[in-house]
Design a binder for this molecule. Structure first.
Ligand code: NI
Length: 187
């Protein structure tokens, strides 16, 4: 089932998410729905807060950007309770977008190499060193679990320049070609 994507301005995107336990109800169905939602909106990653749940679950399918970034080819990751360890001090600045910020893309500086630890949908532990654009996607999605969004990383000048667009998204004054949920109206 395709779920609506919660847009910037919704408080669910600003909360720190909870650790997922093995007794989590209907986890497999939720993960399947998250993949379906991500594919329907042509994203390469989706975090649970974006479908309105403050739980530490992320789905990634980076294959669509595999032609531009070799490290993304064929990479599909279901992350439960992911943890990032930064490796080295190399950074890279590239454009990023987010399904919760339709129509926007901004340059974001990210760490180039990380070690990722996570549980899969069977709660089996995994660990892998990840680099490049795949590491960027992982960092972007894991930010969502901390209540952060990529616009938190951009300069105050850039943020000022896109202020109007952000207000339009938060105010529900945009059209989107996938199902979305707007922020509740401020009283
Ligand atoms: Ni995002």
């Amino acid at each position: 089932m395709t779920l609506p994507v919660y847009l910037y301005g919704h408080p669910v995107l600003r909360k720190v998410s909870d650790t997922v336990t093995a007794d989590y109800k209907d986890l497999r169905q939720l993960i399947a729905d998250m993949y379906e939602t991500m594919y329907a909106s042509e994203g390469v990653g989706l975090a649970a807060p974006q479908i309105g749940r403050n739980d530490r679950i992320v789905v990634i399918d980076a294959d669509p950007v595999g032609d531009s970034f070799e490290e993304c080819k064929g990479r599909k990751l279901t992350l439960i309770n992911p943890e990032i360890e930064i490796l080295g001090d190399q950074t890279e600045t590239r454009y990023e977008g987010c399904l919760s910020l339709p129509g926007l893309s901004e340059k974001v500086k990210r760490v180039e190499h990380i070690r990722l630890r996570w549980l899969d949908e069977d709660f089996q532990p995994h660990e892998e060193e990840i680099s490049g654009f795949l590491a960027r996607i992982v960092q972007h999605e894991c930010d969502h679990l901390e209540g952060k969004m990529y616009i938190d990383h951009i300069s105050p000048i850039r943020k000022q320049l896109i202020k109007g667009k952000l207000a339009d998204i938060a105010g529900g004054r945009i059209r989107c070609d996938y199902p979305v949920r707007y922020a509740p109206r401020k009283k």
